[in-house]
Ligand binder design. Structure first.
Ligand SMILES: NC(=O)c1ccc[n+]([C@@H]2O[C@H](COP(=O)([O-])OP(=O)(O)OC[C@H]3O[C@@H](n4cnc5c(N)ncnc54)[C@H](OP(=O)(O)O)[C@@H]3O)[C@@H](O)[C@H]2O)c1
Length: 319
């Protein structure tokens, strides 16, 4: 018997939780019922669990206990609290996947044969998104490199994906993190020190957008420039200024799809003058959610099924 508290699922229906901060504002609230229809699982409902940033460990343990012990609670997608939740409730999991062990975070909580499982899906999902944005052999064909503003969970996940690419042409020669605080860079460095890679990794501590302009301008044509800072959604502004010049023919990827999205607008302003290809975080959102829904509901996410789910999600985009 467990000692953890959890509420009885009074609705008595299969429930998929979304553990985040402002879950009600996410597009998933509109998308999820459409997906359940596509999957023939209209019995499953979505419930948001809003926690404060760096919440009390007990709050995270209760959210995990809910899923672990209530048969109607099927699992959850976790954002923002990926590291804090795992550190508060690690002992409650019977299985953690290899990426969760490397990154010390989880984005998926699910159950299989009575055991509670945690998966870190970000390396798969940011990777699948990047693969949809750039073609095979992109880095060998173009000589582009990768510059990532931010060194948080999603930035590190993107690096892990590239490190694990088996063909050299799919790995950039250089990956640079630029982060506001040194702590995250040290954490990234420590994680990477256990990996074998021929990618040159640079760690730059900086929060001055003007300095970031200069860093970005030194990157070769066709480089991939990422905004993984959350600026323009979680916090105001952009990591670069309006004077910053993107490398010619570069790919600019903003990880978010909602908010002020200043960086996205700065990128769009250089589509013609510098032939910048611009992507927002929508495809990342769809990959992220479909992977976790497949893990929790135990179905195979084939490319055909992904397309159906992507189509259903697109039908409510921006509404
Ligand atoms: N579309 C999607 O489905 C999707 C999926 C994943 C992530 N995202 C978005 O991507 C963003 C990042 O996610 P995450 O999980 O990686 O978040 P995170 O772990 O909080 O990382 C954000 C990082 O950016 C750094 N940062 C903030 N402002 C900066 C600046 N001005 N210059 C340089 N670095 C700066 C932070 O540094 P400090 O350590 O100093 O705070 C932190 O390390 C979030 O906004 C998230 O919503 C979207």
């Amino acid at each position: 018997m467990n000692n953890e508290k959890y509420h009885i699922n009074t609705k008595n229906v299969p429930t998929f939780y979304f553990i985040g901060v402002t879950t009600g504002k996410s597009s998933i609230m509109k998308v999820f019922p459409l997906w359940m229809k596509v999957l023939g699982r209209e019995d499953v409902i979505m419930e948001g669990v809003d926690c404060k940033i760096h919440d009390d460990p007990e709050v995270y343990r209760q959210a995990v206990a809910q899923i672990k012990y209530d048969p109607n609670s099927l699992g959850a997608l976790v954002t923002t609290h990926k590291i804090d939740l795992l550190s508060a409730a690690r002992d409650m999991f019977e299985y953690l996947d290899p990426y969760a062990l490397i990154t010390d975070e989880i984005s998926s909580i699910s159950k299989l044969d009575g055991r509670l499982e945690g998966h870190a899906k970000d390396p798969l999902t940011s990777g699948a998104s990047l693969d949809a944005i750039i073609e095979k052999d992109y880095f060998a064909k173009t000589g582009g490199q990768l510059l990532c503003f931010g060194a948080g969970g999603s930035a590190i996940a993107t690096l892990l994906h590239l490190v694990n690419k088996t063909d050299k042409g799919d790995r950039p020669s250089k990956f640079a993190f630029v982060n506001r605080s040194q702590g995250r860079l040290d954490h990234a460095k420590e994680m990477v020190s256990n990996l074998k890679t021929d990618i040159e990794i640079e760690y730059i501590c900086n929060a001055d957008p003007k300095v970031n302009d200069g860093i970005m301008e030194k990157f070769p044509p066709y480089s991939v420039i990422i905004n993984a800072t959350g600026m323009g959604k979680d916090t105001p502004g952009s990591p670069i200024t309006w004077e910053g010049k993107f490398p010619m023919n570069s790919v600019s990827w903003e990880f978010n799809y909602r908010g002020e999205l200043d960086y996205l607008h700065q990128s769009l302003a250089q589509v013609e003058s510098r032939n910048v290809k611009v992507e927002d975080g929508w495809i990342y959102f769809v990959h992220g959610w479909t992977q976790v829904v497949a893990q929790v509901l135990h179905f195979e996410l084939t490319p055909a099924l992904f397309e159906k789910l992507n189509e259903a999600a697109s039908s409510v985009r921006g509404k």
